[in-house]
Design a protein around this ligand. Sequence first.
Ligand code: HSE
Length: 435
Amino acid sequence: MAISPSSEPDIVRLGLLGFGNVGAAFVQLVVQQADTIESRTGIRLEVARVGVRNLSDSRQKQLVQGVMSTDVQALVADPDVDLIVEVMGGIDPARDLITYALKNGKPVVTANKTLLSQFGAELFAVSDSCGVDLLFEAAVAGGIPFVRALRESLRGEPIRRVMGIVNGTTNYILTKMTEDGAQYADALAEAQQLGFAETDPTADVEGHDAAAKAAIIASIAFGAHVVAADVYCEGISSITAADISIAHRLGYVVKLLAIAEQAAGSQDVAVRVHPAMVPITHPLASVRDSYNAVFIEGDAVGSLMFYGRGAGGMPTASAVLGDVIDAAVNLRKGTHADIGTFTQVSIKAIADISSQYLLGFDVADKPGVLHAITGVFARHGVSIRQAEQEGIGEDARLVFITHAARESDVQNCLREFGELDAVKKSLGFIRVIGE
Ligand code: HSE
């Protein structure tokens, strides 16, 4: 509904919930871009009210002098607020506030991955029944605009797999381990010093942050009801410098991937987060430092990759503002985006997925050992694609990469390898992106 430049601007008043890094960056960006947005849409955005949990914590308060309060319920109910922007995070009170706003006809833009990965289906149903927008581009991979691409441009695409590097902290740590030969603990300490990693880094390094994002990705890629608890999750804290160096020697880099898959004709969805060996020729291998990327594979479109900043105030605010403009235009047109329905699906157990695997062992270097090991693989129907042996004194280090195999078969092999006298130490396994 663009109006001519001579018309009076149509003001849409925003109620901002949360004023941390993203909230403050959002206010700056709205002020900076207001004229451009008005000239392109006829709508002038104004931050009318800002709600925070605690007034004394707020940085850059001068930006929102006079409009800040801790009464977040009053903010959402205020008739002078047309549209809610939620960047406070967490479940409570965000869930209730968003529900209240939608039920009262106010569109909501949220960056809240924790909330959507647990209560997304409930909130989207409220948004749909009320005919009001609930947009969430910034909830996954911050400034990278791939949610809208999945929801709109790729809506007719038979998507088979989405693989994302969606956690900047772990990508930074793995990059330091790969490029500088750093040990995990040293790379983590450096990430903490630089402010990428939290003092308690558990949510990032154990993959929980990526798992919440994986649930949202799987939901929108496959129109499926997937929550964070459905996501199989392994982090990077047990990745060693030796793993990285074996991967490197064989032409791979180790990345923490969020993977969502659905085979052609199947209703089952596989969704997981774990470290994986990515061939150095794969576009995801070039995603370094704290950058994020999302790689989408579809039957019709082929491969697509979206790359950029997955966190940080301004990149995330950019994604939030894009949604706010859409929601404001829709509000004035009396329409809303159609998010579609999320059907109940079966979530594939990790034991049932198919992947290639790298397995390594230190073994006694004597006749018959290789035969015993390959016999175990053969008995469980696991086919070897690549093998190498390196002498270490009287022992040898064996490294195998399998063809695609069922994970339960590989786990059974590992159990049997543990029972062989010749196997002195198992180096475990890493899943490999390949066939
Ligand atoms: N802690 C996340 C990261 C950003 O390191 O990418 C917020 O999801």
